[in-house]
Design a protein around this ligand. Structure first.
Ligand code: ADP
Ligand code: ZN
Length: 363
């Protein structure tokens, strides 16, 4: 079974990400080997609950645990103070203490809220993730970022908090809506572009297998993505340096999400447009070759991800929004560019006029 170890911090505390078809059936055994407590809070959302929560609950009960299910509404609205608060109430009402465990079963929303709940309840209790969307499997379950939203912005309240274990079963993707699958693929493409040219080419050549959800292709996709992210996070848990490379496509992507009120494009779609923009910028500045820029475009197009943003003429508004990102320091944008396909780097001083031109090409 592919196992990726994410190593974090000075003392290289590490946790395993286990990736295997059908591994969700093993959850009882995997947990009893690691967790001696009696109670589990199983956090999920309404959709995932209907498909999977009962099966997982049953497996945990059989393994001897008392299970309390906390069902969130589906969607971003769940990442709020309200549902965090309800979570604390439930934990206290059911007598949870520091030796107990929280398990996230769902996509990035469930993982972010459950993770922050685990990070803060009694100053931190054990946390296990079972991500059920591709985006959560390849992105949010690696690296320990947890958060809720604030009315002033997304993910503004949160903590770095690493799980004890991540269990990834590609079978979950069988029920995932196509649009959700594609949003995850955008991040997968990103990993190829920033760190592994061969992987990018693999994606170009295996669209059929991936869209047909063939096990071998999905396992390769997930394993390679998690390995690339784990390697970057190992070097830089708290985003002081190389972790910024993971933001390729995100400077423009976040701005597009924001100016369209988070209603038009989902995260992966916005990042796809952002990657096109960052790729063109890399090419204009003489780093990425025309041929490689074309390959980048081909992959984005192949997976049905958007190329440009239906947003109208307000390029200036979009430009200003670039600076709202919480990663902006002293009003300076840090661009992640491609030196070539499979190799990204950070560059700060880029002419604003050039950036505006790139944005004009995207809207
Ligand atoms: P993401 O993981 O993309 O950040 P969410 O946590 O919001 O986002 O999940 C996206 C949507 O997919 C939600 O409506 C969620 O209920 C649904 N979902 C999650 N996992 C599955 C699955 N395995 N099958 C079907 N729907 C799912
Ligand atoms: Zn992202």
């Amino acid at each position: 079974m592919p196992e990726i170890r994410v190593e974090i911090g000075e003392r290289k505390r590490s946790y395993p990400i286990l990736i295997e078809k059908g591994i969700k059936e093993e959850i009882g055994r995997l947990l009893t080997a690691r967790y001696q407590g009696d109670k589990i809070l199983l956090v999920t959302d309404k959709n995932v609950r209907a498909y999977y929560a009962e099966v997982i609950e049953e497996l945990l009960r059989k393994a001897g645990y008392e299970v309390v299910i906390y069902t969130l509404p589906a969607g971003e609205q769940a990442k709020s103070f309200k549902y965090l608060h309800k979570g604390y109430d439930l934990l206290l009402e059911k007598g949870f203490n520091r030796d107990n465990l929280i398990m996230a079963l769902g996509g990035g929303v469930v993982g972010d809220l459950a993770g922050f709940l685990a990070a803060t309840f009694m100053r931190g209790i054990s946390f296990v993730q079972i991500p059920t969307t591709l985006l959560a499997q390849v992105d949010s379950s690696v690296g320990g970022k947890t958060a809720i939203n604030h009315p002033k912005g997304k993910n503004l309240i949160g903590a770095f908090y690493q799980p004890e274990l991540v269990v990834i079963d590609p079978d979950f993707l069988q029920t995932l809506p196509l649009r959700e699958l594609k949003t995850g693929i955008a991040e997968v493409i990103k990993y190829g572009l920033i760190a592994d040219r061969d992987f990018a080419i693999y994606l170009k050549e295996h669209k059929e297998a991936i869209f047909n959800l063939e096990t071998e292709a999905l396992l390769h996709l997930i394993t390679r993505s998690c390995a690339i992210k784990a390697e970057i996070v190992r070097e830089d848990e708290k985003e002081k340096g190389v972790r910024a490379l993971l933001n390729f496509g995100h400077t423009i992507g976040h701005a597009i999400e924001a100016v369209t009120g988070y209603q038009v494009y989902n995260h992966g779609e916005a990042v796809a447009i952002g990657m096109i923009g960052a790729g063109r910028l890399s090419c204009k500045l003489g780093f990425l070759t025309r041929e490689d820029l074309e390959i980048l475009g081909d992959i984005v197009r192949l997976y049905g991800l958007p190329f440009s943003c239906r947003y109208g003429e307000d390029v200036e508004g979009l430009f200003q929004t670039l600076f709202y990102d919480k990663k902006v320091r002293e009003n300076k944008l840090r661009w992640i560019l491609l030196e070539r396909l499979g190799h990204a780097f950070i560059k700060s001083d880029i002419d604003n006029q050039l950036v505006r031109e790139i944005l004009e090409g995207l809207v």
